[in-house]
Design a protein around this ligand. Structure first.
Ligand code: SF4
Ligand code: SF4
Length: 497
């Protein structure tokens, strides 16, 4: 009887006798293998077909690192994400050239590939287009620039207004590993969610199920994972999940109260697993105010966690919810953060979910405006970066007029949240699931009426449930009508009066 092994050996001998080489692909010297763009340039017309999905480019140079995620759509257009924070939309031609540039193909080869791919393109035009996109990539890979996408006006041909280009998948997923927490903030948006009667069913996902969630999100093309909660550091498998996210080429961040980071060994574990950045909630420079707003004696551990994160080399920022309890100290907090060595900090207003609906600590948008102007000016004096997170109604508080940049709700569009049981909700505070990431098809979740409603705010404000004053408002594209949770909260108050 001829076994499979003997058959293979005979075949090899026969091929050897005939003078046909039996060379394993991997045994060929690397220099002998042509790159795909060389083949493309030799055999025009050549049509590279890239599979839709996420391709990761991790550029390391002395003095820094920059990560690119090129997410290609079925039509060949793509989104290029820089360090998972800035997104540049590319048409199919620019997407092809950007990929060639990131794969380090010579620019003349790129021009040749372009001519093979798009018939009728002249040599000069192809070379000019290639030069243009290569200049863009070169600018983005400049590690000496503090902001990779600032000052791109010279190299980008056409600007689209913010929030105007439809996306095929979110840029970021918040992974709420657990709603448990070692703090007890009265204004916490997930407060109700943490109580056992309202906790999502069925039971929380295991670490191996969360790894599967990460794989699914990577396959969908989501490049940026934020581990959050509740308090994500209470989830035992967190370092393992960060490592898996890193192995998949994703960028990992952590939103935490910082208390567990007071242990330097734990911070090192997370850093070694590939954690990229951490956002620590700090409510005040005053221990009594911070502890009162946190519902726990947390200040010392939180500040130590912040210092340990900086020492470990993590990109560490703080976030502060402005309420009646701390708003009078916002300016001093900026100086305190500067003294700690923080260069970027964030603030937000009340989120009207969970405890945020009942604490009574919120400040009106109108009253926040002078506070934000003061914080902005102090940050500028100290050369710090101030991020304002809350999407307000621009007719009450315009972040654009305050020179804080456009802020619009990005739920169900640029961002989604996965709950502890795998349910997919539009954002971390909007507790209505559109399906379950492990049980349901992604397409059904993404195209659900709930998510489509969030995405069609501008095109169909009436259908999306915005009030009549928004329907023809010129600010609608940037404002989006503010946070729907605040609107629902205010409507409920009006109805009950
Ligand atoms: S879109 Fe609506 S909420 Fe926004 S500024 Fe216009 S009227 Fe105000
Ligand atoms: S619904 Fe939108 S604006 Fe409101 S908390 Fe969620 S993401 Fe923010």
């Amino acid at each position: 009887m001829v076994t499979a092994g003997r058959a293979i050996r005979w075949t090899r001998r026969l091929l050897g006798t005939l003078g046909v080489g039996w060379v394993k692909r991997s045994a060929a010297p690397p220099t002998a293998r042509k790159k795909w763009w060389d083949r493309a340039a030799l055999v025009p017309p050549y049509f590279p077909r890239f599979r839709p999905g996420l391709k990761v480019f991790d550029l390391r140079r002395p003095g820094g690192r920059r990560r690119f995620h090129l997410r290609t759509n079925t039509d060949g257009a793509a989104v290029l994400m820089v360090d998972a924070t800035d997104a540049i939309h590319l048409n199919p031609t620019a997407a092809l050239l950007a990929r060639l540039a990131l794969e380090k193909a010579p620019v003349d080869r790129a021009a040749a590939v372009l001519r093979g791919r798009f018939r009728g393109v002249g040599a000069a035009k192809a070379r000019s287009a290639a030069d243009h996109v290569y200049a863009l990539i070169e600018r983005l890979t400049d590690l000496t620039a503090s902001c990779p996408t600032c000052g791109l006006a010279e190299v980008i041909v056409k600007w689209s207004p913010p929030f105007s280009v439809p996306v095929s998948a979110p840029y970021k997923a918040d992974l709420a590993l657990s709603y448990g927490c070692n703090n007890n903030c009265p204004h916490c948006y997930s407060k109700d969610r943490a109580s056992s009667s309202l906790a999502p069913r069925p039971s929380p996902l295991s670490p191996s199920q969360w790894r599967e969630v990460l794989r699914r999100l990577a396959a969908i093309g989501v490049p940026h994972m934020i581990f959050t909660g509740g308090e994500p550091t209470l989830f035992d498998g967190l370092p393992e999940l960060v490592r898996h996210s890193t192995e998949l080429g994703l960028v990992s961040g952590l939103n935490t109260n910082g208390r567990r980071l007071s242990d330097p060994a734990y911070v090192e574990l997370l850093r070694a697993a590939g954690l990229d950045h951490v956002q620590i909630t700090l409510q005040s420079y005053d221990p009594a105010v911070h502890d009162a707003m946190s519902g726990a004696a947390a200040f010392d551990e939180t500040v130590r966690g912040l210092k340990n994160s900086l020492v470990a080399g993590l990109h560490a920022i703080t976030n502060t919810t402005l309420t009646r309890r701390n708003v009078g100290q916002a300016g001093q907090l900026v100086e305190f953060l500067h003294g700690l060595g923080i260069t970027t900090f964030a603030m937000n207003g009340m989120i009207f979910a969970g405890g945020g609906r009942t604490s009574g600590d919120e400040i009106s948008a109108e009253a926040l405006a002078p506070v934000l102007a003061d914080v902005r000016d102090r940050a500028a004096e100290l050369k710090m970066r101030f991020l304002w997170y809350t999407p307000t109604e621009y007719c009450r508080l315009s972040p654009v007029e305050l020179e804080l940049g456009p802020r619009r709700c990005n739920a169900g569009e640029y961002s989604i949240c996965i709950e502890p049981n795998g349910d997919v909700i539009p954002c971390q505070s909007y507790y209505v699931p559109a399906g379950n990431i492990l049980r349901d098809r992604w397409r059904d979740i993404w195209e659900s009426e709930l998510f489509r409603g969030f995405r069609r705010r501008t095109a169909d404000p009436r259908g999306a449930g915005l009030p009549e004053q928004c329907w023809n408002c010129p600010d609608l594209p940037l404002c989006g009508g503010g946070c729907p949770l605040e609107r629902e909260h205010n409507n409920q108050i009006t109805q009950s009066v």
